[in-house]
Write a new protein. Sequence first.
Length: 395
Amino acid sequence: MSPLQTIWLVTRRELVERGAKKGYLVGTLVTLVIVAGLVVVPTLFGDDGPEPHALGVVGDAPADFDALLAAGLPDDAEVTVTTVPDRDEAVRAVGDGELDAVLVERTELLADGRPDQSLQFAVEAALQLAAVGEGLEAAGLDPAQAASVLRPTTPLETVDVAGEATDGVDGFGIALAATILLFVGIQGNGATLLSGAIEEKSSRVVEVLLSVARPWHLLAGKLLAMSVLALVQLGLTVAAALGANAVVGAFELPPATGGVVAISLLMLVVGFLFYASLYAVAGSMASSLEDAQSTSGPLTFAVIGAYFAAIFVVLPNPDGLVTQILTFVPPTAPFVVPARMAFGAIPMWQVALATLVTLATTVLVVRLAGRLYAGTLLAGNRMTWREAWKAEPVR
């Protein structure tokens, strides 16, 4: 039997055995439900937007007061202006909750406690604009000319140097989601590979497998199978989130979402192969799950460190020097590249170079892992990484 045929047999065995396990199926289903719920539930229990403000006015209001007032409020805020005959009636209306506040003779703003800050700001801004407009009219400008001078300004739109409008909130959300999903995919499936290696050693199944396959055949087959399962799991998770969003319209996806998803799937495979090969070695070095906590400790710290680097270094500053360095460091690249992609802060040549560097390093790590795996697979006791390096490989 050729090596490729042997690897395929191992891969198929792992796909059937691991993919059909209740833990994998239930875990995937629960993840899909949670992700879809995180998208749908906020739309069911979210508010209907800010309540409209009810403002009363005692005395003569400035010309176009309603328009000037609306210009000072957020776009989604509403305000109704009511004329109140006198101050006593204004005090009663505010005290009974009929009105949020009352402007008295342009000099007082009555409220029950502290007035709403956005409403107070809008009233003050409207009075200032009205005073300027009246001054312009007194200086000889007609009302139409004064109104054109005081017309509300449109909100600024930030544009990056590539000429595209930016949306930091959407970019941050997509980057954070991609980073979390990659961390869960690598850490979760790596732990599955770790425990699987220990189970096979304790049940002596590995001795049977070694009678028909060489150690590196086993490692290659396991890595391919778990990569497929991790890719399927992440793909279904992303599909659940996008599908739920398409149904309820919870948020508008930025244009870069498709590229982020594609790069995330690629980086999941690359990053998983990088870490999972070492997780398999850590499992072969241990004789029990308790031992595995010691042998896999350095890997766990490495994955968590790369994740924290993406969260606390890359997301706050996707264009920074440290971020650009981490882009080309293989242990951190799988987390950094998709995050920067979400912000639109990485040119395609950096994506390609980071992918090639990580792939090349992964090939070397897999070869090294194959050497260590062959030397520790039949070990009866827990081994250290130094002992694994010195161990004689099984042929």
